[in-house]
Design a protein around this ligand. Structure first.
Ligand code: HSE
Length: 421
């Protein structure tokens, strides 16, 4: 692991400053960060005249043997002791709301700078924590909370704010993308999930990846940065790849496309709308071409065209690399811009075609449900039953009504957005 050794454009003059760092969490991401701070210290000093000193590391069990090793006196399993340590910068890589929220509030209250990889925290409390940071003269940075090592937060926050953002679309969850890639190659779901966990891509509780929660938190953070809408107030239509991952992949194959879990937020005349849902995409298209744990973010702008940012979206090293970038930036005391505020829409006015499937013996019910909603749909010929249709373009609400009816009838419909051309 090394940091690119190109000189910084604007290397600060003078002596190297020591920045005291308190790190909460030393799991996959925190452990990678400790290794990166150690292996990259000479380059950070040469580029930025900064030396990071780890003064305290909060872990669940301080007696457990760990790699990387840390001096015993640095380790603590007590959040109060952690917060009492004199530090300039608090870095958090534990995830979840508590105790991360308590640590964030205490750190920012005391005017310290706070760097986090925690998307759940930023999605639920980002604007309030940012306001607290402003009031107290600290700052909040969270590049690694979305897109792993891809600098998408910075791009939206600092570079594209005046480009007239229309929408942001992407593959934002590495675990599900890894699973879908493997399943398309013929690997069973359970084995693909186990491999994603073994690689350190999945959340501690992988259901957050599988049911779309992780991607929903990330798109709400991007909607905040792109449109100024508060992430905790943005309704997100969210469907993941469970419980029917095999059927989703089978439907995509039957239609000649690729299955991806697509997250997006879009500005409409009614306000900002957002969704996370399975989509059947044209083979070879931008989103379909994103493999394994890679992420892709496409920012559609009025004045700057379509900006694409792709790279490793999950895993210890990419996330730690983004954390280290935030630590440097936070230590340099740079300022950032802010977007104009937009409101969230109460309904999604956009229309799409939808691929809806049921098991073969529910086929007649599928036809009836769509007929009752006035939706026309074309059946798809496939082996093992024809309970798969592609609808005309309709708004989500119409298709949601049909799904509710099918579920009430005991059919288990699987719905993907149909994006084939
Ligand atoms: N579990 C997350 C993912 C990790 O798979 O994308 C990175 O946020």
């Amino acid at each position: 692991m090394s940091i690119v050794s190109v000189p910084a454009v604007d290397v600060p003059r003078g002596r190297t400053r020591t920045v005291r760092v308190a790190l909460a969490g030393c799991g996959v991401v925190g452990g990678s960060l400790v290794r990166l701070i150690r292996s990259g210290h000479a380059e950070v000093a040469a580029r930025h005249r900064i030396r990071f000193e780890l003064v305290r590391v909060l872990v669940r069990d301080r007696h457990r043997p760990r790699d990387p090793t840390l001096p015993h006196e640095v380790l603590t399993d007590d959040a109060d002791d952690f917060l009492a340590a004199e530090s300039d910068l608090v870095v958090e890589a534990i995830g979840g709301i508590q105790p991360a929220l308590r640590i964030a509030r205490a750190a920012l209250e005391s005017g310290r700078r706070y760097v986090t990889a925690n998307k759940a925290l930023v999605a639920a409390y980002g604007p309030r924590l940012a306001a607290l940071a402003r009031r107290r003269g600290g700052r909040l940075d969270f590049e690694s909370s979305v897109g792993g090592g891809i600098p998408v937060v910075r791009a939206l926050r600092d570079s594209l704010g005046l480009a007239g953002i229309r929408g942001v679309q992407g593959v934002l969850n590495g675990t599900t993308n890894f699973i879908l890639t493997r399943m398309a190659e013929g690997r069973p779901y359970a084995g693909a999930l186990a491999a994603a966990r073994a690689e350190g891509f999945a959340e501690a509780d992988p259901i957050r990846d599988l049911d779309g929660t992780d991607a929903a938190e990330k798109i709400s953070i991007l909607a905040w940065l792109a449109f100024g809408v508060r992430p905790d107030t943005l309704p997100i239509r969210r469907r993941g790849i469970v419980p029917h991952a095999e059927r989703l992949v089978r439907d995509a194959r039957a239609l000649g496309g690729a299955m991806r879990l697509v997250a997006e937020c879009v500005r409409t005349s009614d306000g900002v709308v957002a969704s996370v849902e399975p989509a059947i995409l044209q083979l070879g298209s931008e989103l379909a071409s994103i493999q394994d744990e890679q992420n892709l973010v496409i920012v559609d702008t009025e004045r700057n065209g379509r900006i694409r940012l792709a790279g490793p979206g999950a895993g210890g090293d990419p996330t730690a690399s983004a954390l280290l970038g935030d630590m440097v930036r936070s230590s340099l005391r740079l300022r950032s811009g802010a977007g104009a505020v937009k409101r969230a829409a109460t309904r999604d006015p956009r229309t799409s075609r939808w691929a809806v499937s049921v098991e073969g013996h529910h086929e007649e019910r599928l036809r009836a449900a769509l007929r009752m909603a006035g939706i026309s749909a074309a059946p798809v010929r496939r082996s093992g039953g024809t309970g798969l249709v592609v609808t005309e373009p309709v708004a989500w609400q119409s298709i949601a009504d049909s799904i509710a009816r099918l579920e009430a009838w005991g059919a288990e419909p699987v719905v993907s957005r149909y994006e084939m051309v």
